[in-house]
Design a protein around this ligand. Structure first.
Ligand code: ZN
Length: 343
């Protein structure tokens, strides 16, 4: 299996996130992707290739052009406003009875285009964000060119990003961009299976009214866990998309045995949908040792998870999402990818 990877993710470094009374280094850090790529090399999974370049028109197949423009300019606007902080991050969000209108102040713009304070921008962020999207898009192109599998080693991740808002360490939705690219190239139906510990709220919302992209997500119950405001079982799509979104909210402590059953159900729905390809949003934060999560999936279980998904026998693009256990993310990722290949 080929991996698509860009070193440019290193530019998205020095991120901070809320911690107690202040801010602490974010768990979403360069070592995550570095460790994944090191494990791929060590276990000789296959070639690693750089992403191709794509125009803004590719990014705006999923995202609002104003939002893409904001992401590209936010850091320079932050500096131009005389801000000294190393992380541009919002503190004000639109509430009930308020509206965005003509928001020109950088703090207003950060609030306009974010749904939380855990997607900060630093000097090199835009370059990394854009390349991460291109890593996803190149993976979709490899599938279109006939490869059975591809792995897009994206960083930053993307599945929380909506059409016009960043949040949860995500800016551009790499998984959604890849799925949309497959549809755009002529595939009738694509399934997106999100196995990250957190609900893929961005991916769900992007395709919520569509019947050509089936979205399924297994995740910690949003009644208990981030992103809190989406990912419940009764969200099944709307309009033409009615019946084309499925959520599997799971309790804390879910282990492989408990995870297998909803996964089996999700895979059955994918089979019944007869997609031309599957895009897997792979989060390794379901791991028992993950520092911010409460599932109990073990290293060897990722082999079984990959095998189950590989048994669909469909062209499959795997896109890296979350996973914060730095000493395990590499092994767990390669276990999953080898499982898919050897199904
Ligand atoms: Zn996650």
């Amino acid at each position: 299996m080929r991996t698509i990877y860009s070193e440019d993710h290193q530019l998205h470094d020095g991120l901070l996130e809320p911690d107690g009374d202040g801010w602490a280094p974010s768990v979403e850090c360069p070592a995550r992707a570095n460790n994944v790529v090191a494990a791929i090399l060590e276990r000789k999974l296959g070639d690693s290739i750089p992403p191709r370049s794509y125009g803004d028109d590719k990014l705006t197949t999923v995202h609002d052009p104003d939002y893409v423009n904001f992401l590209s300019l936010a850091w320079s606007e932050w500096i131009a406003a005389g801000e000294k902080g190393s992380n541009a991050k919002p503190f004000a969000f639109v509430g009930a009875g308020m509206r965005y209108a003509d928001t020109r102040n950088i703090h207003g713009r950060l609030g306009r285009y974010s749904f939380g304070s855990n997607a900060p921008l630093v000097a090199g962020s835009w370059q990394a964000i854009r390349r991460s999207a291109e890593v996803g898009l190149t993976g979709a192109d490899l599938i279109l060119e006939g490869e059975r599998f591809a792995f897009s080693a994206c960083r930053p991740p993307g599945h929380h990003a909506t059409t016009a808002q960043c949040g949860g360490y995500c800016y551009l939705n790499n998984t959604a961009l890849a799925a949309q690219s497959l549809i755009h190239a002529g595939m009738d139906r694509v399934a997106v299976l999100d196995v990250d510990y957190h609900h893929g709220n961005g991916t769900q919302s992007i395709f919520y009214e569509r019947d050509d992209v089936l979205t399924l997500s297994l995740h910690a119950d949003p009644a208990l866990e981030y992103p809190y405001f989406l990912g419940f079982k009764d969200e099944q799509g709307s309009g033409p998309g009615e019946g084309f979104n499925r959520n599997y909210p799971l309790p804390f402590g879910t282990d492989w045995k408990a995870y297998s059953e909803p996964l089996h159900d999700a895979l059955k729905h994918i089979q019944d949908f007869f997609p031309s390809a599957v895009v897997v949003a792979l989060g390794l934060d379901t791991f028992a040792g993950d520092p911010i999560s409460y599932f109990e999936i073990l290293a060897e279980d990722y082999i079984s998870m990959g095998q189950r998904i590989g048994a669909l026998n469909l062209p499959t693009l795997v896109v890296l999402e979350g996973g914060y256990a730095l000493d395990a993310i590499g092994e767990n990722t390669v276990n999953f990818l080898e499982g898919i290949e050897n199904a």
